[in-house]
Design a protein around this ligand. Structure first.
Ligand code: FMN
Length: 174
């Protein structure tokens, strides 16, 4: 697939078939994550991979934004011991870093025929306790993974003409 096809084809998936993801594919997805750019190359990410069905069920109970029965979850976290090395900008850059890592992982997943959904709506304290995540590590996003029941139609995008400002703010493409 061409890159643009992958970028446009990825969808947030909220219904999954009951089929496990081979470990080699999970590793490819995770590897795509660590190749994201990172401010000052601090790489503040930590990824907690969950494939245990019972743990996934428990996470569902404390995650209102998590739909369907995914085969795996990646809890994307920021290691604050690392991010604080970047000084004042550390917190913001770390969020950007892990977001880019998450997108890399979701695009890689899609290229392997695997659906994903980024999930911000979950109980951080609950996840921390359940997964034994230390105080200096903050879970910020869950990425669910699995083979989709179907690929939904793409939600509308704001048109380029509206979001692109040419040379100065407010001047749009003809
Ligand atoms: C930061 C972020 C948080 C999101 N949180 C949730 C969530 O908690 N639950 C959910 O079902 N979708 C969530 N989404 C998915 C968005 O709803 C989805 O990306 C958007 O509707 C566009 O659809 P698409 O991803 O299929 O292009 C989130 C997306 C982002 C980027």
């Amino acid at each position: 697939m061409e890159l643009m096809e992958i970028i446009k084809g990825r969808r947030s998936i909220r219904g999954f078939r009951e089929e496990n993801i081979p470990k080699e594919n999970l590793l490819k997805i995770l590897e795509a994550g660590i190749w994201a750019p990172s401010g000052s190359n601090i790489q503040p990410w930590e990824f907690v991979l969950i494939t245990d069905k019972k743990t996934i069920e428990k996470i569902k109970l404390i995650s209102p934004g998590l739909f369907g029965n995914p085969a795996a979850l990646i809890v994307v976290c920021i290691n604050k011991e690392r991010s604080k090395k970047a000084g004042k900008l550390g917190e913001t850059m770390a969020l950007m870093d892990v977001s880019m890592a998450a997108q890399n992982m979701m695009l890689m997943a899609y290229s392997l025929g695997i659906g994903s959904c980024p999930i911000a709506s979950f109980n951080k304290t609950g996840i921390r306790e359940l997964l034994d995540i230390p105080e200096y590590v903050e879970p910020v996003l869950i990425v669910s993974l699995g083979y989709p029941e179907f690929w939904p139609k793409p939600p509308k995008r704001r048109p380029l003409k509206e979001v692109v400002h040419v040379e100065e703010y407010g001047r749009h493409f003809e």
